[in-house]
Design a protein around this ligand. Structure first.
Ligand code: ADP
Ligand code: MG
Length: 316
């Protein structure tokens, strides 16, 4: 029932803004009961397992309130989907728990446009949610599927594995700095405003990658999660890390986060397979280092100096 939003408007609001996002994809995604009933009902395809994740985005923390509402929506769904890519899953649906300060039809229709954009791109419907009144907060739950037993994790990197990264580092943090100064124009290709998740390649790593993680908090910090979970160390060659516009970045700048690229490890024998897969999908990929017997991330410069990774984004 109503939790703070005007009772007369709550039903209409849901009906108008959230009842038909991606409804064209309900059948193909096996959704039997969508938005509008007590709960969504869906069937899991035979031989597959469900993969589910949830992320909350808060204004001033995960996005700027000054951003266009369509970008806020797109980004909130995209960053949640990033965890599915890191498991190698194919996305299928999402839900939205939205807390709004006030009823603002213009903001809401822009917000809906952003939901529709990502829904159409990935053919995933919005299948349910909750709408309440309070400080702006956007919680997106995402679900997808993966062949039974094939999900990629953080914990199986082995000594001698190569470390690869998709795309480049630094575009999102550069954009965020410009946004804060108020001089970033809307750009649907910008990786801060609209991070594009690398599903075209992540689902092809199932029998190849030994471990995968998405880069949200910072490359070194997230790679360290692989090290901790796999009980190994990593050697990363600083100059091999691809940076936005090929501008050299400091260790600290590289570790700012928000890149939503993926880092993965794989046996050395897979190097050519990786190159072939990424070339076919036209997705940039770079080999940046090696897994070793240690317990942390070592960064080495071309001069042979060892650098310490500063910490990435800290939530608390
Ligand atoms: P209930 O009181 O049973 O939780 P609600 O009024 O919260 O019902 O929701 C009614 C229907 O609208 C449900 O199907 C719910 O999933 C959907 N819904 C509510 N808010 C949203 C939202 N922000 N996005 C998508 N679906 C929503
Ligand atoms: Mg509810």
């Amino acid at each position: 029932m109503v939790k703070g939003v005007d009772p007369l408007n709550e039903h209409q609001l849901i009906q108008e803004y959230f009842s038909d996002v991606g409804s064209a994809y309900l059948a193909e995604q096996g959704i039997r009961v969508p938005v509008g009933d007590d709960a969504a009902v869906l069937s899991t395809p035979k031989g597959k397992e469900s993969v589910i994740s949830v992320d909350t985005s808060i204004g001033g923390v995960h996005f700027l309130d000054s951003m266009h509402a369509s970008d806020i929506a797109y980004r909130s769904v995209s960053v949640a989907l990033s965890d599915l890519a890191a498991c190698g899953a194919t996305p299928s649906w999402f839900t939205l728990a939205l807390t709004l300060k006030k009823f603002d039809p213009k903001w809401l229709s822009n917000f809906k446009q952003g939901l529709q954009d990502i829904s159409t791109e990935l053919r995933i419907p919005l299948i349910g949610g909750d709408t309440t009144k309070g400080n702006l907060s956007i919680t997106v739950q995402v679900g997808g599927y993966i062949e039974e037993g094939k999900a990629l994790t953080r914990k199986a990197a082995r000594v001698g594995d190569l470390i690869f990264i998709t795309g480049c580092i630094g575009e999102a943090s550069t954009a965020l700095d410009s946004l804060k100064k108020g001089d970033l124009l809307r750009d649907s290709k910008n990786r801060y405003l609209r991070p594009k998740i690398r599903f075209e390649v992540s689902s092809k790593l199932l029998d190849i990658a030994s471990s995968v993680i998405d880069i949200s908090d910072g490359l070194f910090q997230d790679l360290d999660q692989i090290c901790k979970a796999s009980k190994v160390g990593a050697t990363v060659f600083l100059e091999k890390i691809p940076t936005y516009l090929s501008v050299p970045l400091s260790v600290e700048e590289i570790n700012k986060g928000d890149d939503y690229e993926i880092v993965f490890t794989t046996d050395q024998s897979n190097r050519e397979r990786i190159e072939r897969i990424f070339k076919k999908e036209n997705t940039p990929v770079s080999e940046i280092g090696l897994i070793n017997k240690g317990s942390e991330v070592d960064i080495i410069t071309s001069e042979g100096d060892f650098l310490k990774a500063s910490s990435g984004y800290q939530h608390f």
